[in-house]
Design a protein around this ligand. Structure first.
Ligand code: PMP
Ligand code: GLN
Length: 380
């Protein structure tokens, strides 16, 4: 039976495509963003402990209270925001679910949603399923900054939502205090919601402070701030994230969440609540990944790839224009199949496939993996 697609422009996500290609060709996989090193054994023991203690049935719909409490405490300590764990924090099955819930909670047919490109690939399909209209703004190349005049011009009476992502996947860009000022000025007192995709909040380099929306009461009063434990604890496969939003927004968010997944994995939530007490684990993440960024960049110095600035996340953009003028999708494929290193072609994150002859490489890898990949890249 034929089916008229609700997402006619959507194929299989690039992360699945490139990871599969890497596997088929036995290539070093620096494409999809996930660590290749082990999870903290203490965290695994904690999950086992809670499983053995019988925490194996449905969690509360909003999330385990101890975890919501820990999230609220962390948010207060880091960003100075007073967040109510009962009414303003919701635990989800990954940030992807939280993004979907937040978008579904606010976007109505015909509403416009400002999306900065390159954009993480789950935003637009969620907008489209809700019959919203994406309004695209391109981050300036090669520094990937937001042109706020352009944002101002893009706003219309139909603008309902702005989706921000900092630290930014795939570019490693971070929002700066002047961006937050510009955002506040552009939005003013209009009824426009904001999503802050802050899943890399703890992976930010060179002693720069993460500009969470939660630091700005005027902005956080209209925002859904989303994070992911997968990035922070090297557990991308466990799929637990959360959303912080004012009570009225959280209420609508939860209406979607409760009928999308109802609740998220119970023993893992308890384990995260306990390990979050060891603050050094998330506070030291930045220096852990900064060392990897610096190592990867140093290893590539002799190569013909040119590293663009990376201020956060575990992704490094490399300009390959000194090697070839091939389109990035073709070069990414050839790099995997002929040379044995897989990367992501960022053109897939633009609605019109902008191609700046750069590729995205994930450096959340063992030192040895980075060394082996760099050896290959230096010969190209
Ligand atoms: N947003 C961004 C920018 C991401 O890089 C990711 C990682 N996949 C997500 C959201 C989704 O996070 P999760 O794996 O927790 O669903
Ligand atoms: N966030 C990861 C990345 O950007 C992967 C996400 C996914 O596979 N859905 O590579």
């Amino acid at each position: 039976m034929n089916i008229e697609s609700k997402l006619p422009d959507v194929g299989t996500t690039i992360f699945t495509v490139m990871s599969r290609l890497a596997q088929e060709h036995n290539a070093i996989n620096l494409s999809q963003g996930f660590p290749d090193f082990d999870v903290n054994p203490e965290l695994i023991d904690l999950v086992a402990k809670y499983m053995r203690a019988g925490q194996n049935q449905y969690a509360p719909m909003q999330g385990v209270p101890a975890l919501r409490q820990a999230i609220a405490e962390k948010t207060g300590a880091l960003y100075g925001a007073s967040v109510g764990p009962e009414t303003e924090v919701t635990v989800t099955s990954g940030a992807t679910e939280a993004l979907h819930c937040a978008i579904s909670a606010v976007v109505r047919p015909g509403d416009e949603v400002i999306i900065f490109e390159p954009a993480f690939d789950s935003y637009v399909p969620a907008v489209s399923l809700n019959h919203g209209i994406p309004v695209y703004i391109t981050l300036t190349f090669p520094d990937y900054r937001i042109d706020w005049d352009q944002v101002h011009k893009a706003l219309s009476p139909k603008t309902r939502l702005i989706i921000l992502n900092s630290p930014h996947n795939p570019t490693g860009m971070i929002l700066q205090p002047e961006d937050m000022t510009a955002l506040a000025r552009v939005v003013g007192d209009q009824k426009i919601f904001i999503i802050g995709d802050e899943v890399y909040e703890h992976i930010i380099f060179d002693n720069v402070v993460h500009e969470s929306l939660l630091r700005y009461p005027d902005l956080s009063s209209k925002s859904f701030v989303i994070s992911s434990f997968g990035k922070t604890y090297h557990t991308t496969g466990w799929k637990i994230g959360y959303c912080i939003a004012p009570e009225a927004l959280s209420t609508e968010f939860r209406k979607v969440h409760q009928f999308l997944t109802f609740a998220s994995n119970t023993p893992i939530q308890y384990a995260y609540a306990e390990i979050m007490q060891k603050k050094e684990l998330y506070l030291n993440l930045a220096s852990f990944y900064q060392q990897k960024r610096d190592q990867f960049q140093a290893l590539l110095k002799p190569s013909r790839f040119k590293a663009l600035p990376c201020r956060g996340t575990y992704f490094q953009m490399l300009d390959y224009s000194a090697i070839t003028d091939e389109p990035n999708e073709i070069f990414a494929r050839r790099l995997t199949t002929e040379f044995g290193v897989a990367a992501i072609p960022p053109s897939v994150f633009y609605h019109n496939q902008d191609d700046n002859h750069v590729l995205r490489f994930c450096f959340a890898k063992k030192d040895q993996t980075l060394k082996e990949a760099a050896e290959i890249l230096c010969k190209i």
